[in-house]
Design a protein around this ligand. Structure first.
Ligand code: SF4
Length: 210
């Protein structure tokens, strides 16, 4: 099976893949992605609907009482660290970027809480920048499908994915692989019997087929 067949299958499963984080402003996406570390998009959407409603500008987020932010985002965990990030992101964008999220990784990764994965997700969604952000789902799926090796770190996985798939598909594939990992190729009990990729899947051949 080549990359095109994998793409075709993911196109079949996810016709119009999109980010499942809710946002209406550029900075809301950036903050939502930072908040999504080690939790689910569903939980993030629950807290951001309250947070972004109550503090509906960057200035209000920057000036918000941190205890109030903590109380709002408590359900997503690591709320002390994340509440600091929320205020620092708002300050950084106001002080350095005219209140706009920049389409520039070298600036984005200077923002507290933002690394390459977040930068890729944000640039891909806001600016249609071709990127494959490697989160836990993309990482797992890539390794099971033998596109990357078990020991590869996320940067190596990203490079291998960019080599394996055509550039024009990167952003769409990122969303599709996230959704595939979230709903089909789950960490526990993946839906292998119905998966059309099981003939090339290391996990299936090792754990299920035998
Ligand atoms: S066969 Fe199972 S583990 Fe392999 S890609 Fe499909 S769902 Fe994932």
């Amino acid at each position: 099976m080549n990359s095109k067949e994998i793409e075709n299958y993911l196109d079949f499963l996810f016709v119009n893949p999109r980010c499942e984080l809710n946002y209406t402003k550029d900075y809301e996406l950036l903050i939502a992605v930072v908040l999504s570390a080690q939790t689910t998009d569903k939980r993030v959407n629950m807290v951001t609907s309250i947070l972004f409603d109550k503090y509906n500008t960057l200035e209000k987020l920057r000036d918000a009482d941190i205890e109030d932010i903590i109380n709002i985002i408590r359900p997503i965990g690591t709320f002390n660290k994340k509440s600091i990030f929320v205020k620092k992101i708002a300050s950084f964008l106001l002080d350095n970027c005219d209140g706009k999220v920049p389409n520039d990784e070298s600036i984005l990764i200077k923002i507290p809480g933002v690394g390459r994965k977040t930068s890729n997700v944000v640039r891909s969604n806001l600016f249609n920048y071709p990127a494959i952000a490697v989160d836990t789902h993309v990482n797992r799926v890539s390794k099971r499908l033998n596109i990357a090796n078990e020991k590869d770190d996320v940067l190596i996985v990203e490079k291998k994915l960019m080599k394996y798939f055509p550039k024009k598909s990167w952003s769409k594939l990122h969303h599709q692989m996230v959704l595939f990992g979230r709903y089909y190729c789950t960490s526990n009990k993946p839906k292998c019997e119905e998966c059309k990729l099981n003939n090339i899947c290391k996990y299936y051949i090792k754990n299920i087929k035998k």
